[in-house]
Design a protein around this ligand. Sequence first.
Ligand code: ATP
Length: 271
Amino acid sequence: MSSLKRAQDEGLHTIQIEGLRKTYGSASPGDLHYIIKDVNLVVRSGEFFILLGPSGCGKSTLLNMIAGFVAKSGGKLTVGDAEVQRPGRDRAVVFQQADSSLFPWLTVRGNVEFGLRMGGMRKAERREVSDRYLGLVGLAGHGGKFPKELSGGMKQRVQLARVLAGDPAILLMDEPFGALDAMTRRTMQKELVRIWRETNKTVIFVTHDIQEALLLGQRIGIMSRGPSSNIAHIYDNPLPYPRDVAAPGFGELYNAIQGHFEEEEGEVDRL
Ligand SMILES: Nc1ncnc2c1ncn2[C@@H]1O[C@H](COP(=O)(O)OP(=O)(O)OP(=O)(O)O)[C@@H](O)[C@H]1O
């Protein structure tokens, strides 16, 4: 049994969030402006969880807090037994803009191997790992190219391969396909599901696209409109993988989630 699989079985990478809050600078305690407030959530090891919500509600803030990039203002946030206080090798983030995360002076292979080289891994082993992950993301044979020679979708695959090469237990994905054209996006969604099923990683995936949420996630956490946003409702998505928008049940779930947002909009309008 692999160490990741064993860790999952033992719940070592379960993410537990209780009463989590984030506020940005305020002069007096009575005047606190909460970005997120009282967020409660448990994400199980190996789960594919979606954070879905309108622009500006705090999805990236929450993801970055789990990553350890953004400090909490209150509440509890643990991975396994450990309180999250800083970034860790068990968690890695895939950003929307691959451009800003890839080193333009390194080849595709150089980018994928960068973290491994910094970690002191020997060349032959690095080569083995980068071959494996470039193959997994469909980039075998492109290792010698530079980022500027790649399409947007290919760059995003390199970013994913680099993150996977570090073998984090938890993948935190912040609208990773948001900048791609519709066809490439669909291909990447399918690839991600395939990779997730092959690697058993925990995925938390941020999107504001209901269709994307339904194609990917086992559970979909709906964030309320900010400020003081929290997870207002969680939808289970039991549809079998690989998924298709035409699958029975897809439309019903889509309508339920859309209805949820329309109701919330109505409440905002009535204020
Ligand atoms: N460093 C910061 N200082 C002050 N306010 C911030 C900071 N970072 C984010 N915010 C505010 O927090 C709120 C939530 O932002 P966040 O980027 O988390 O939302 P989001 O749901 O990911 O949005 P989008 O879907 O548009 O990316 C916004 O109102 C934003 O202006």
